[in-house]
Design a protein around this ligand. Structure first.
Ligand SMILES: Cc1ncc(COP(=O)(O)O)c(C=O)c1O
Length: 303
């Protein structure tokens, strides 16, 4: 079946959505993007895009940092998203990658006098990393790019060279992923997902100013933990050795969803098995994203 993308104002067959090789974003990594999941609910026979407005709010913030003009409002982005998903007629989970990019074909890194383009890539997608026994991760020898270098708060393609090095070296060292420290040695997040620790029944995660991408899923976890499980989240700076003494740990992100971590730097996290609170949150999360929890149906954009 033909798959469609949205590119520069039109719904285009995937194979025809191409960019010239001299496109600025391709040469310099000057695009900002989002990852949005759409979940199929088989009982409702309905596809739901999860927290689409929040992702489009964030792309507009990334755009401001990168001297880009957003071509649409949040409501318009959501309408385009619905139409694109409808056109693709997905009856299973899918993934969207909206991208705002510098499209002028010229040499030189400047963002000024540089036209903006917008596209959305769409594809079917199941789990991103599927490790049923939990992830074995290490602390990366790479540091997270700082707010004064390539701001992690902005989801800029060029910044993902950092994630690529972290991910690749973790893989070659035999780990599933790596946790990244900042230049001061404090914990930030995983290669491309946020991190939560659980100590004494409480959730702990790094703050919005700790050189992380401020995740939509991070916010979802904080809300469902508080409202459904009655567990508060402490947002604060996290030291490296806290990684080794926590009772549970998990990653979260649109792609990652909720991924339990069961060992860090060859030290078991808690018992070394997936923790009970992590399991509960994972279960609730999958119900929430499929529109099965009435309180959070507001986060599910019906297509
Ligand atoms: C660096 C980084 N941190 C965190 C996240 C999680 O963000 P979100 O939950 O909004 O997908 C992502 C995923 O997109 C990411 O790339």
């Amino acid at each position: 079946m033909t798959e469609y993308y949205f590119m520069n104002g039109e719904y285009t067959e995937a194979g025809k959505a191409v960019i010239p090789v001299r496109t600025h974003a391709f040469m310099y990594g000057t695009s900002v993007f989002e990852g949005i999941r759409a979940y199929w609910n088989d009982e409702d026979k309905q596809l739901y895009a999860f927290r689409a407005p929040e992702h489009y709010e964030r792309i507009q913030k990334s755009a401001r940092i990168m001297h880009m003009e957003s071509p649409y409002t949040t409501e318009e982005y959501c309408e385009i998203t619905k139409k694109l998903l409808k056109k693709n007629n997905y009856k299973e989970d899918a993934y969207l990658r909206p991208t705002l990019y510098k499209k002028t074909q010229r040499v030189g890194p400047g963002l000024q006098d540089n036209e903006d383009g917008f596209l959305i890539i769409a594809n079917k997608m199941g789990h991103y990393i599927d490790v049923p026994e939990g992830l074995k991760v290490c602390v990366s020898s790479w540091r997270r790019n700082s707010d004064n270098a390539i701001p992690p708060r902005a989801k800029v393609a060029g910044g993902y060279a950092n994630a690529a090095l972290i991910k690749a070296d973790a893989h070659y060292a035999g780990y599933d992923d790596a946790i990244v420290l900042d230049e001061q040695g404090y914990v930030t997040e995983g290669s491309a997902m946020n991190l939560f620790l659980i100590q004494d029944g409480k959730l702990i995660t790094t703050t919005k100013t700790d050189n992380i991408l401020v995740g939509v899923t991070r916010n979802t976890v904080i809300e469902i933990a508080r409202d459904i499980l009655g567990i508060e989240t402490e947002e604060r700076q996290v030291s490296r050795t806290e990684l080794y003494i926590s009772d549970e740990a998990f990653y979260c992100g649109t792609g990652a969803q909720i991924l339990p971590v069961t060992s860090i730097d060859n030290r078991k996290t808690g018992s070394g098995k997936i923790g009970e609170i992590t399991k509960e949150l994972q279960k609730i999360y999958f119900d929430v994203v499929r529109g099965k929890v009435p309180k959070y149906k507001k986060w599910c954009l019906g297509v």
